[in-house]
Design a protein around this ligand. Sequence first.
Ligand code: SF4
Length: 361
Amino acid sequence: MGRPAEVGAPRLAQRLLAWYDRHRRELPWRDSQDAYRVWVSEVMLQQTQVATVLSYYAPFLARFPDVAALAAASEDEVLGAWSGLGFYRRARNLHRGARFVVQTLEGQLPRTLEGWLALPGVGRYTAGAVSSIACGVRAPILDGNVGRVLSRLRGWREHPSESAAARRLWAEAEALLPQERVGDFNQALMELGATVCRPRQPTCERCPWRDACAARAAGDPHAFPAPRAAKAPPRVLRVALLLERPDGRWLMTRRPSDGLLASMWELPSRDAGGDDPARVAQRLARAWGTRRKLCPAGTAEHRFSHLEWHTRTFRVAVPADWSPAQEARWVREQDLTTLGVPTASRKALEAARAPEASSAQ
Ligand code: SF4
């Protein structure tokens, strides 16, 4: 326990950049000045671990190598390439932004912070990250990693999600910006948060800011910022039907165009509320135009950031000439790579194909 050393912003930036030059991880989006590639990487990295993004980044760019290719793609193609990454609103916003660039900006990506902020779906974080990294604009960034590092450096306990705390952190992120290498500085801040100043057990002895850090001086760096009160997410019971034809195709339908997993594909499904899932499944099957026998199959669990789905699945064998009463598509295995099928839907599909239990009726 002691007092942190007083170190000015230029010296802090210099130390952080020197640390970054020595210790940064080699990642495929680093060192790229191509604003489109930086944009894609920054959108993918929001709320997703680097290790996960690594398996999506190159295939996505191979499929949509530039902003024109992304703008020309259908939403289904974009969501298909994003399937499994989660937070699909990000993919939709990226797609909308690409179309805006092609239709309104003659295909030229912005070079200023204001230009990036004008794109639909681009917020302050993404605009700051892309404009600083790709265009050298002196713009700050604030994400979860940066918020934690700066809260600890300054000894601020308020959680960054509080609006007053966020305002103070944005101002601090701006005050620390160096005159040069702004993009590297922003990436270095994120890197420090991801690899050294981690949520639990920060390795302060490896930190270039250790002598200046108020949280370290207080003796309990992991206690900064204070954790948000955790609430258990609500659990929603659902049923899903695997309506199968003799040729092995099954029925999938699009979700509504707004709300959770908007416009993405899933098995015919509905929330069960407090009802018996088998009875809800029978009503759902009738709504789809069949009274054939339902066979209970597996159960899928999926956790979103704000709620959990617990999905009971049922198989229904339908004849080759049967037509559903609602709009849907007959799907084969190979179609799953080109449709936007989120992880929650894939889990339900896998559960429905699990070995059958006993008959429901
Ligand atoms: S000294 Fe420790 S707590 Fe402070 S910024 Fe560095 S890693 Fe984080």
